[in-house]
Ligand binder design. Structure first.
Ligand code: PMP
Ligand code: GLN
Length: 387
């Protein structure tokens, strides 16, 4: 869809998100939606029950601007338990309307017009839009197929005297890459050397199958220059709740809070109680959630391979990426637009996450966060796909 003539120039070209377009296509065609990443079953009942109880108990007015104390303390305990990162629940935590608002508010608070933000492509779509809203410029370093590694020299070259922020997403959407310690050490060294701030998007922190999630803030010199962002939506299968948060020094939190208070002020009062309970659940619950998703990743990957797609490795997240050239096709956007008609399945063309359109064109992302019977049905349909 063409952009409205009323839209300001810095946002021209952002149009409608690929997720909205593909979910609408799934509804219109009655297809299985493996496009937008949302689970089709509820998460832990303790989390749901706590939100219901909060509504019944009358927690239905504005929560405090920085988030309810129960959630802020649960976030602090979570960071300490999982990563040995210590934060002050009153000064170093900010609850936000999903990770989306945390990312937007952090970029708007920390970037002057003309500043540069270094990030990896493919990148989650809201990064480009929020960098543009801030009047900043994005500089991307490519995660190269088939293993989604990056060239360290390319990262070094992307950093200039105008670079203000390095924006890192790990575990990474859409690739499923989990950055390893060696990569994080390099990123941290460059942030320190060039005196950059880091913003990290860790919304899939608990959905890792191979390797281990390590927050960038745990690397030498990074604790006080990193805004660490996460959200309850993915971990606890409640993407519609939009309860996110960030942890950083008091000075960084103050800056981001100034923006955040004028975007939404607050959101999701009763849901904050649910996520507070979720973050305190035992480690075994988190491992069970990851193991269930790993089985789905394996089942979907096998189904995609059986349908003739080249499956690229995914070590975590809700997603598996594929290369459609093994089917003799090169245009992922056309492929995804025709897929409902050809076999009743919806996926997302990864080109939406690339500046380098040639690199992104043959890649297509499928969501694995669906019930096994739904994945099997989709795999069957893809095998029978009209060529
Ligand atoms: N970052 C990434 C990498 C995501 O995949 C998503 C998806 N929802 C978000 C941020 C947004 O998170 P939230 O729903 O908490 O705003
Ligand atoms: N994060 C979800 C995905 O990557 C989409 C969320 C949205 O629609 N903005 O599929």
């Amino acid at each position: 869809m063409a952009d409205s003539p009323y839209l300001v120039s810095r946002l021209q070209g952002f149009g409608t998100t690929i997720f909205a377009e593909m979910s609408a296509l799934a509804v219109a065609t009655g297809s299985i939606n493996l496009g937008q990443g949302f689970p089709d079953a509820d998460g832990p009942p303790e989390v749901m029950d706590a939100a219901v109880a909060a509504i019944r108990d009358g927690h239905n007015q504005y929560p405090p601007g920085i988030g309810i104390p129960e959630l802020r303390h649960a976030i602090v305990a979570h960071q300490a338990k999982w990563y040995s990162l210590e934060y002050d629940a009153d000064a170093e935590v900010l609850v936000t309307a999903g990770a989306t608002e945390a990312i937007a508010a952090a970029l708007l608070a920390l970037c002057e017009p003309g500043d540069e933000v270094v990030t990896f492509e493919p990148y989650y779509d809201s990064y480009a839009a929020c960098i543009a809203m801030a009047g900043a410029r994005r500089c991307v370093v490519q995660l190269r197929t088939p293993d989604f590694s990056f060239d360290p020299d390319a990262l070094e070259r992307a950093i200039t005297p105008r670079t203000r922020v390095l924006l890192l997403n790990s575990p990474h959407n859409p690739t499923g890459k989990v950055f390893d310690v060696e990569e994080l050490e390099l990123i941290a060294r460059l942030c320190v050397e060039h005196d950059l701030l880091a913003i990290t998007d860790e919304v899939y922190e608990h959905l890792v199958f191979d390797g281990k999630h390590v927050p960038l803030a745990t690397m030498p010199g990074m604790r006080d220059r990193t805004v660490t962002i996460s959200s309850g939506g993915k971990t606890f299968s409640c993407t519609g709740w939009k309860v996110g948060w960030l942890c950083a020094t008091p000075e960084l939190v103050d800056a981001v809070k100034t923006v955040k208070q004028f975007l939404t002020y607050v959101n999701g009062g009763p849901f904050q109680y649910g996520i507070a309970v979720g973050l305190g659940l035992p480690g075994s619950t988190f491992r069970r959630l990851a193991a269930a998703l790993e089985e789905k990743r394996d089942r979907l990957s096998a189904g995609l391979a059986a349908a003739g797609l080249t499956v690229l490795p995914s070590a975590g997240t809700y997603f598996v990426s594929t290369d459609i050239r093994s089917l003799g096709e090169t245009d992922g956007m056309a492929f995804c637009r025709s897929l409902p008609e050809r076999c009743g399945v919806v996926a997302v063309p990864s080109i939406a996450f690339y500046d380098d359109k040639d690199a992104g064109s043959p890649l297509v992302r499928f969501a694995c966060c669906k019930r096994l019977e739904v994945i099997d049905d989709a795999a069957e349909r893809l095998r029978g796909m009209a060529r």
